[in-house]
Write a protein that binds this ligand. Structure first.
Ligand code: HEC
Length: 401
């Protein structure tokens, strides 16, 4: 019963996290789009301090949007702020991190073959990394580095790759991926909380007092712009990481950290194309390069066609494979798992008959032969020889097909 309710809790928090995330990124995409589509307004609007306007149709009505240089002479009685989208995304994401990785099966977070640490140590490293990277970022953006956008961007990328590599040394592939995502998400929400919203508050406050923004307010606004540019480039990588935990072929790869770094680069680069295009600069070569890099990556990390090391004709019989699967997989991958942490077969993968093992042959090969992702955290102590036998048996079956 407990495991059952726990699954529901995870499901509901995940669902909320996705909804909040859509609200946040959706609003962010929308405002980037607005800013990039503002056109020069007619004279009468200019005299009111409006610097750009645009017209749009949606949901059966026409909208007129106007953006002021700073603000209207008289502040509106109701001003909408966009911040809870970001905060609720982060809060629900942290709740999910705790539920799945810190309180859930340790196999998600820890791979004893890589680093045999306790869950507590893992949590300290995970949360410690979030706080530390955010602190470094905050120190950087408050330093003269903030005046050099390019160097800042490169350094940020370098730091994230370093964190990515480091986390791969201590966590399971999946645990490392999600923590890189959480680090990026934390930087993004801190940008809203510590930079963008305070700068907006400062602006509203001077406008309400009918003053012109002083140097401090202008500086805050410039930094808020830089923060928002960073968030813009980070959206695609962070979304990618969030969905990548369905793909062991990425995080289960021995060089998972390098794959993540490559994908982070490619997705941020692709975002650059859209940012330029919004500014009326069309550079399709960027998208083509990103596509070529993706194709190269897919090719480079492709698993070998055959998994059998021993080509000496050793036959692995069905009985051996049945024993391997029973010993190492069935506690979880059965119709009614005996493992207390699972209510039904994880990922919908049931392996309680050899024909089912064949049905999932590609995934089984990826999860238990090519990578050591399965059995989760190698809790059953599956040996290299058993992995090879499973691989040879799968190859032989496919050859018969
Ligand atoms: C301790 C429980 C546990 C054991 C034991 C276990 N698995 Fe899994 N398995 C899981 C969980 C949990 C998932 C879902 C992981 C995810 O969503 O990333 C999973 C997912 C899978 C998947 C799907 C991966 C995908 O592409 O989505 C395959 C295939 C798989 N396991 C094969 C195996 C094989 C083969 C064995 C035995 C050698 C095994 N598992 C042992 C818990 C287990």
């Amino acid at each position: 019963m407990e495991a059952y309710l726990y699954e529901w809790l995870g499901l509901i928090v995940r669902w909320l996290h996705v909804i909040f995330g859509i609200a946040w990124i959706g609003a962010s995409f929308y405002f980037v789009w607005l800013d990039n589509n503002l056109r020069e307004p007619p004279e009468w609007k200019k005299q009111q301090g409006i610097k750009g306007d645009l017209w749009a149709i949606h949901g059966g009505g026409i909208y007129e949007v106007a953006k002021y240089h700073l603000g209207p002479d008289q502040m509106p009685t109701q001003l909408h702020w966009f911040k809870w989208e970001a905060y609720s995304t982060w809060l629900s994401g942290m709740a999910l991190l705790v539920l799945v990785y810190y309180l859930g099966s340790t196999g998600y977070l820890i791979d004893p073959a890589r680093a045999d640490i306790s869950t507590t140590t893992g949590i300290v490293i995970g949360l410690g990394t979030l706080v530390a990277v955010m602190a470094v970022y905050e120190a950087m953006i408050r330093s003269p580095l903030a005046d050099n956008g390019k160097v800042f961007g490169l350094m940020l990328f370098g730091i994230l790759v370093l964190v990515d590599w480091g986390l791969f040394q201590v966590f399971s592939g999946r645990g490392a991926f999600i923590h890189v995502g959480a680090v990026i998400g934390t930087i993004m929400v801190a940008n809203v909380f510590l930079g963008i919203v305070p700068s907006q508050r400062a602006l509203v406050s001077v406008l309400e007092q009918g003053r012109e923004p002083d140097e401090r307010v202008t500086r805050l606004a410039a930094l808020a712009k830089l923060r928002s540019t960073h968030n813009n480039y980070l959206t695609l990588p962070v979304l990618f990481i969030m969905i990548s935990n369905h793909y062991p072929l990425l995080y289960g790869h021995p060089h998972g950290w390098a794959i993540l770094a490559a994908i982070g680069f490619i997705t941020a680069f692709a975002r650059h194309y859209f940012n330029l295009r919004h500014r009326q600069i069309n550079r399709p070569s960027i998208l083509v390069t990103a596509a070529v890099m993706t194709a190269l990556l897919i090719w480079v990390i492709a698993p070998p066609g055959s998994t059998s090391m021993a080509k000496n004709g050793t036959q692995v019989d069905d009985a051996t494979v049945t024993t391997i699967v029973e010993t190492h997989c069935l506690a979880c991958h059965a119709a009614n798992p005996s493992h207390p942490g699972f209510q039904s077969a994880p990922a919908g993968v049931r392996l309680d008959e050899l024909s089912l093992v064949m049905t999932f042959s590609d995934k089984v090969r990826q999860a238990a032969v090519l990578s050591h992702y399965m059995p989760l955290g190698n809790s059953t102590g599956m040996t290299e020889q058993e992995r090879q036998q499973l691989g040879q048996w799968l190859d032989a079956q496919q050859a018969v097909d």
